[in-house]
Design a protein around this ligand. Structure first.
Ligand code: PMP
Length: 339
């Protein structure tokens, strides 16, 4: 390792280990873990952003912090106010932490298909939780619309609207993307992940494409069964209605193009459809081979990174091997799975 590379690594490590200003200061700066077996097997460097190491346990801490800061900056919430959100759980957990740290109340609407562990944790954190029937976005009883109505009926309350509030993607333009760039010293050839709001994919893609040049870094969107995005991209943006199948994954899959994804749809080079069978096998591969016990969306992302490696091909030796990044959005401890 060159002296320059060493001093940069040392600075990065030192930065990650600095004393942080409370819970909020500990969000971000997660390690980029090289998945050894998958890297050896593909001949590419498969690098996974360890988002489960955020203090609230998921990638959504980043968005939670940004949407609350955005509401404060725009004067939408004053001290003692209430944050209301519709969420599959992880954004709620991030928000509940951020709200406690900042002295806000937190109200969460979530589909009743999500794990009991997430509901219990939210209640432990003091959030008011409403599990509601999982109905499509165009139904007025969808959890997001219920959250919006709840906030509208309260004084000093904001619906943070993670799906269409672009402060969410900004979190990844300003933190996740730059961190990956720094951690790979600018040697990044591809990024892939699945989407819920689309914030992680779009924000990271936007930063990396702008920094590296549009053609120098490839962006692949990874979709579970039951989500429309794969069909949408494969049909060149014509078909937004193919909801074939359903998935055991939580927090990902989408029925529309959110405002977080919309500005960066053109940055997506390829779409991957990942069946649940491959995702479940990868949960156990990552446990056996890497010792990482990750949630299903993380396993799906790892499958996608392997697919990406196959599609992009590799160089002749390790110096030429491609650096392909993905995300480990959360840990499996939030989901009870018996081996
Ligand atoms: N994985 C998990 C477990 C999630 O909870 C989420 C967010 N719902 C995502 C992935 C997707 O993140 P994003 O909203 O940034 O697309």
């Amino acid at each position: 390792m060159s002296l320059r590379a060493f001093s940069r690594l040392y600075t990065t490590v030192a930065a990650a280990q600095r004393i942080t200003d409370g819970f909020i200061g500990a969000i971000g700066n997660t390690p980029l873990i090289r998945l050894k077996k998958l890297s050896e097997e593909t001949g590419s460097e498969i690098l996974a952003k360890a988002e489960f190491m955020n203090p609230g346990g998921s990638v959504k801490d980043r968005a939670a912090l940004y949407v609350v800061k955005d509401a404060e900056e725009r004067g939408l919430i004053k001290p003692g106010g209430t944050v209301v959100e519709g969420t599959a759980g992880n954004t709620g957990i991030g928000l509940a932490h951020v709200c406690r740290a900042k002295g806000y109340k937190c109200v969460i609407y979530m589909p009743n298909t999500q794990s009991q562990e997430k509901i219990d944790l939210l209640r432990m954190l003091g959030a008011e939780v409403y599990p509601v029937p999982a109905v499509a976005f165009d139904n007025p009883d969808n959890y997001n619309h219920q959250a919006a109505r709840h906030a509208a009926g309260l004084e000093n309350a904001v619906w943070t609207n993670q799906f269409d509030n672009i402060a969410n993607r900004r979190a990844h333009i300003e933190t996740t993307g730059p961190e990956i760039w720094e951690q790979t010293e600018g040697r990044i050839d591809g990024f892939t992940c699945s989407t819920g709001t689309g914030g992680t994919l779009a924000g990271t893609a936007r930063f990396l494409k702008e920094k590296a040049g549009k053609e120098n870094v490839k962006i692949f969107i990874a979709d579970p069964p039951g989500s429309v995005l794969f069909g949408y991209f494969k049909s060149g943006g014509k078909n937004l209605a193919d909801r074939t199948g359903s998935s055991i994954t939580e927090g990902i899959g989408q029925g529309r193009i959110t405002d977080n994804l919309a500005p960066d749809v053109d940055l997506i080079d390829e779409a991957l459809h990942i069946p649940d069978e491959d995702t479940i096998l990868m949960v156990y591969r990552l446990l056996d081979e890497e010792g990482i016990y990750v949630g299903a969306s993380s396993a799906l992302n790892a499958v996608a990174a392997v697919e990406m490696a196959k599609k992009l091909g590799t160089g002749r030796n390790w110096l030429e091997s491609k650096n392909l990044a993905t995300a480990i959005p959360d840990h499996l401890q939030k989901y009870v799975v018996l081996p």
